[in-house]
Design a protein around this ligand. Structure first.
Ligand code: GLY
Length: 371
């Protein structure tokens, strides 16, 4: 078992990683279940996690005399909407949830973001516990308190910083995760190495295949190391005001443009877009003379070796660099000729560049697209 503390004044919490934790849920979540004596415990899930884990969770709770009630959403981003938020908050009110209660989010990033935001506004803030069931949610979205829904204007534009009271991770749940989603989550694991921990990146180049194969020791180590890096960053800059937390967005500006161009669809999952975005950030850093070509090539090789897209031409897009840059401008709601960009001075050394000319980025992307 590994326990990582997210150290925040007055809002510190532990992330617990333990194979088999779900079977031991009543003991691990005891402090957050206590207020429900004689009442049902609210669990939010999607149809997949509900089908896969309802029985296991209910059996574990029953050992301590608790029972659950379930709010189940369809899988996918559509659940992060005003309409579903309204239904969820009405349901929580009907259940009599108070500010001292904790709501349990059992699922991937969608379930966690939706539940966290509902709890941020429920009676001006009730508690919640994250039980993430995808690798991406385990190493990224469940930790750090970013909660949000989507609107017609864009993704995650309505939300709140609301930290969970605990994050409970059972790596065994990843055994049912489709391989493609496992790889997409692994992109965020590689991100932690690339952005701030060259040693971890080196370890991943040796052990990544075991992580992807869900070999227990390698997987638990990768999850714990990723969360330790995220906890360090969040503790330093919880609300992303100093530029430190922005480092977690490595690969995301390029990645977002690729997601927008492919219609935010299954054609390119978020983690896949981040993977290719990191390759582009590394190559663009090399083009600016800030990262060696050899390190940029090592970054791309680690991503390709994991079965993630490492060449923009793999996506079969019919577009130009200027069009991708337009998506970036739109994402950041900026019409200027420059944007802040996460670039690399080497493996494990990301930094926020503020002098990037978008015309130069467009020319770089044209060359990557073979134009
Ligand atoms: N996923 C980026 C962050 O938590 O800041």
């Amino acid at each position: 078992m590994a326990v990582i503390n997210v150290a925040l004044a007055g809002r510190s919490y532990d992330v617990t990683i333990e194979a088999g934790l779900l079977d031991d849920l009543a003991r691990r979540a005891e402090a957050f279940l206590r207020s429900f004596a004689g009442r049902k415990v609210p669990f939010v899930a999607d149809t997949n996690t509900h089908r896969l884990y309802k029985e296991q969770v209910e059996t574990a709770l029953s050992m301590a005399g608790y029972s659950a009630d379930w709010f189940v959403v369809d899988p996918g981003e559509a659940a992060k909407s005003w309409a579903v938020l309204e239904r969820l908050t009405d349901w929580l009110l009907a259940m009599g949830v108070t500010r001292s209660d904790h709501v349990f989010a059992l699922g991937g990033g969608v379930v966690g973001d939706l539940t966290g935001f509902a709890c941020a506004v429920m009676k001006r803030g009730c508690g919640f516990v994250q039980i993430p069931t995808t690798l991406l949610a385990q190493v990224d979205s469940s930790v750090g308190g970013k909660t949000a829904i989507n609107t017609a204007a864009g993704k995650n534009l309505i939300g709140a910083f609301h930290q969970p009271a605990a994050v409970l991770i059972d790596p065994l749940v990843l055994n049912t995760l489709p391989d493609r989603e496992m790889r997409a989550g692994y992109a965020e694991v590689l991100k932690y190495g690339l952005l701030g921990d060259a040693e971890f990146f080196g370890w991943l180049t040796q052990n990544g295949k075991d992580v992807l194969a869900r070999e227990p020791a390698a997987l638990s180590h990768a999850i714990a190391a990723s969360i330790a890096e995220k906890a360090r960053i969040v503790a330093e800059d919880e609300r992303e005001t100093t530029g430190v937390r922005a480092l977690l967005n490595l690969g995301h500006t390029f990645g977002h443009a690729l997601e927008a161009e492919t219609g935010f669809s299954d054609r390119l999952l978020h983690g896949e877009a981040v993977a290719l975005g990191m390759v582009l950030a590394a190559r663009y850093s090399a083009r600016r003379g800030e990262m060696s070509a050899a390190d940029a090539a090592r970054s791309a090789a680690a991503i390709a070796d994991a079965g993630l897209p490492a060449e923009i031409t793999e996506l079969g897009m019919d577009c130009t660099g200027a069009r991708l840059v337009d998506h970036m401008r739109h994402d950041k709601k900026m019409e200027t000729g420059t944007l802040p960009f996460l670039l690399l001075r080497g493996i494990g050394a990301a930094y926020l560049a503020r002098d990037v000319e978008l015309a130069d980025v467009a020319a770089f992307l044209d060359s990557e697209l073979g134009l």
